[in-house]
Design a protein around this ligand. Structure first.
Ligand code: HXC
Ligand code: NAP
Length: 280
């Protein structure tokens, strides 16, 4: 298979380097999940994308048909354990094994903690924390039985820094980070590795609609990143592929930060700006 120049995040990898592998990507029809799915498919993996909306799957299914990639799509709600079990059973029935699970699905919005309703809290915790656990367990069981497999969880740096306005998402991502390390330690000796990637802000329709609805907020966020800009979804997807590639075979329980230095301390004296020393 030719390496496909139309998919930037696939470029550093040898053509066909994921051939023979089956990958499941939750939320694989949009944003980062879409780019990771495109990258895996372009490099030869059989990719199953899964999320609530069939509409979100159409673009990748069309592209796959055009380029000769193997992509399948399933609709499910990651919060519903019966639907997760059914998804895992269907994929295993079709393919016999799953090599890669990317826990990417998420829900998020900005809301002051004191105004957050129980349903709003549950919506985000259900998608991010419960959903990641349900998928890890349901796909983890056959991986453990086979003695082979890997998972990649998408978190965010506020899992350890915290961030005003997203107490639900920060709490859930912190849980997913703890889950990453726990399962890595629990399952590593049985052939199943679990790692995480923590992206900084990158443009996606979901994030833009829920987190930076106007230009001013977007510019403020950009200003907080030492590199002075958002990432592209491709730049983050490339690191996800790296974490899933044989180059990372000895990585387990690790969280790779891809955020332009955004989470680092900016200093009490200079707010991240160059320090000027007054003469005289
Ligand atoms: C306050 C809100 C709200 C908001 C929803 N709710 N949006 N509360 N502010 N902006 C409340 C509702 O009022 C309701 O509570 C409860 O949440 C459930 O709402 P539903 O609409 O019924 O939920 P549901 O249809 O299940 O949708 C889930 C969702 C939605 C999370 C609310 O936004 C979604 O589907 N998001 C998926 C896409 C997404 O968010 N992508 C962003 C990923 S970026 P009440 O009590 O009123 O009934 C990311 C990290 C960014 O995760 C990090 C940046 C550095
Ligand atoms: P996105 O495009 O909105 O992706 C979220 C995906 O999750 C969608 O494809 C959505 O598909 C799916 N999803 C949501 N609820 C679901 C549910 N209940 N069941 C199944 N699937 C569900 O956002 P993104 O920005 O690419 O985010 C991808 C990952 O990166 C997330 O884990 C996010 O937290 C993380 N992240 C993003 C940023 C950023 O700046 N964008 C920063 C740090 C971390 P459906 O609507 O079809 O269900």
């Amino acid at each position: 298979m030719q390496n496909d120049e139309a998919v930037p995040c696939a470029q550093p990898f040898r053509a066909g380097s994921f051939e023979g592998q089956v990958a499941v990507v939750t939320g694989g029809g949009t944003g980062l999940g879409l780019e990771v799915s495109r990258g895996l498919a372009a490099l030869g993996a059989k990719v199953v994308i899964a999320s609530r909306s069939g509409e979100h799957h159409k673009a990748l299914l069309d592209e796959a048909a055009e380029r000769g990639w193997h992509v399948e799509a399933e609709t499910f709600d990651v919060r519903e354990v019966a639907q997760v079990t059914a998804l895992a059973a269907a994929v295993l029935e079709r393919h016999g094994a799953v090599d890669i699970l990317v826990n990417n699905a998420a829900g998020n919005f900005v809301c002051p903690a004191e105004r957050l309703s129980e349903r709003a809290w549950r919506a985000v915790l259900g998608i991010v924390l419960d959903g990641t656990f349900y998928c890890s367990r349901e796909f983890g069981r056959p991986m453990l039985k086979r003695g082979q497999g890997q998972m990649l969880n998408i978190v965010a740096t506020y899992a350890w820094t915290g961030m005003p306005g997203v107490v639900h998402s920060a709490s859930a991502k912190a849980g997913v980070l703890a889950m990453t390390r726990t399962l890595a330690a629990e399952w590593g000796s049985r052939g199943v590795r679990v790692n995480a990637v923590a992206p900084g802000p990158f443009e996606s329709r979901g994030a833009a609609a829920n987190l930076w609805p106007d230009e001013e907020v977007r510019r403020r966020i950009e200003g907080s990143v030492p590199l002075g800009r958002f990432a592209t979804a491709d730049e983050v997807a490339m690191q996800c592929l790296w974490m899933l590639s044989p180059a990372s075979a000895y990585m387990n329980g690790e969280c790779l930060v891809v955020d332009g230095g955004g989470w680092l301390g900016k200093g009490m004296w200079n707010d991240g700006r160059p320090i000027e020393r007054k003469k005289g």
